[in-house]
Design a protein around this ligand. Structure first.
Ligand SMILES: [Zn+2]
Length: 254
């Protein structure tokens, strides 16, 4: 049994003025019937896919399809075609998917505003603690990462404006680097930036055996994120994946 395919429903009937039948030659006898085709899954319409248009002579009953219409009849039909309107239910499936999508987005927004993840503030606080000139004493690992970027980063992206922070908490380590002009850096270049960071972190005794949380931020958003369970190098990288550095997601108080 096939549960998907196309079906059609009659979506309009109207008479055309100034039309002659090419068989019986009577005037004003052409009646148009329009059938709207739609794709269905389990007989539920999903979206529309084209129309079938038929003209019937009310006098001699001959029917012709649109491709057989004489030019004058076709022109007449085209001028009147808005009389056959496709009903919204031909869009039922896609409309429903769109509705669900809008609903989950809305619930997500409501949920986010009702229950802010406190780890988001912790990350923002650390982002604000990033500095342009980490010292060997204050943050030796940032200092080393900065040295390698100063040597290898392209001058076009202003390495002197990069900011750094590294942090260890229990079995986890966080590395944040901000490259304000990261949007100018191509995907491979961003990958190299991550590799440079890991070149340093992998060789640090302090980071040995730690779960690494690495975030490379552009001017506004994180674009390269690597955690024990997530790796993304794109504008769609999910900053929230870094939250696990601060601990598991808090359970809703309700
Ligand atoms: Zn006729």
């Amino acid at each position: 049994m096939i549960f998907f395919g196309t079906r059609a429903s009659n979506i309009g009937n109207f008479n055309l003025q100034n039309s002659d039948c090419s068989y019986c030659e009577m005037s004003d006898t052409q009646r148009i019937s329009v059938f709207g085709k739609y794709a269905h899954i389990f007989w539920i319409p999903v979206f529309p896919i084209g129309k079938t248009v038929i003209a019937e002579c009310t006098h001699c009953k001959r029917t012709i399809e649109q491709r057989e219409f004489p030019p004058s009849l076709n022109t007449s039909y085209l001028m009147n075609m808005t009389k056959a309107k496709r009903p919204l239910w031909h869009w039922l499936g896609l409309g429903f998917v769109g509705f669900l999508f809008a609903l989950t987005t809305l619930l997500g927004i409501i949920g986010a505003s009702a229950e802010p993840d406190p780890r988001s503030d912790m990350l923002n606080a650390d982002v604000n603690l990033m500095v342009k000139n980490p010292t060997m004493e204050s943050d030796s690992i940032s200092y080393k990462i900065k040295s390698i970027f100063d040597d290898f980063a392209n001058e076009d992206i202003d390495p002197e404006k990069f900011k750094y922070l590294t942090k260890i908490s229990g079995e986890k380590a966080l590395v944040l680097v901000q490259i304000p002009k990261l949007r100018k850096v191509k995907k491979e270049g961003r990958m190299q930036a991550l590799e440079m960071i890991e070149l340093i972190t992998d060789s640090q005794q302090a980071f040995e055996g730690k779960e690494m949380y690495i975030g490379v931020k552009g001017l506004i958003t994180m674009m390269v994120i690597k955690t024990p369970t997530y790796e993304k190098n794109s504008r769609l990288a999910l900053t929230s994946k870094l939250y696990d550095f601060y601990g598991p997601e808090p359970v809703s108080s309700e």
